[in-house]
Design a protein around this ligand. Structure first.
Ligand code: ZN
Length: 85
């Protein structure tokens, strides 16, 4: 091992740290969105509305609830929302 290799390693680490920071921020936003959805889903359980679509009021498919317990929208409304974005 020479000193030069050590310097190269430091540069490589700096680059990785920047990438990790951006990735972490993006993951952080995703988790925040999830927490918000989960909080709203819990609120709907308290209101007795859990399992119905927040937008159209139709029952959310049972398989969807099993896969995504925090789902607030039925599949139709979710697809519509994603198309608008
Ligand atoms: Zn709906």
């Amino acid at each position: 091992m020479t000193g030069e290799v050590g310097i190269d390693d430091d540069f490589a680490d700096a680059g990785t740290a920047t990438f990790d920071r951006e990735r972490d921020l993006s993951i952080r936003n995703n988790i925040r969105d999830l927490i918000e959805q989960m909080t709203r889903a819990i609120g709907r359980i308290d209101e007795g509305n859990y399992g119905t679509c927040e937008r159209c009021g139709n029952p959310i498919d049972r398989k969807r609830i099993d896969a995504l317990p925090h789902a607030l929208l039925c599949l139709d409304c979710k697809r519509r929302e994603e198309r608008v974005r």
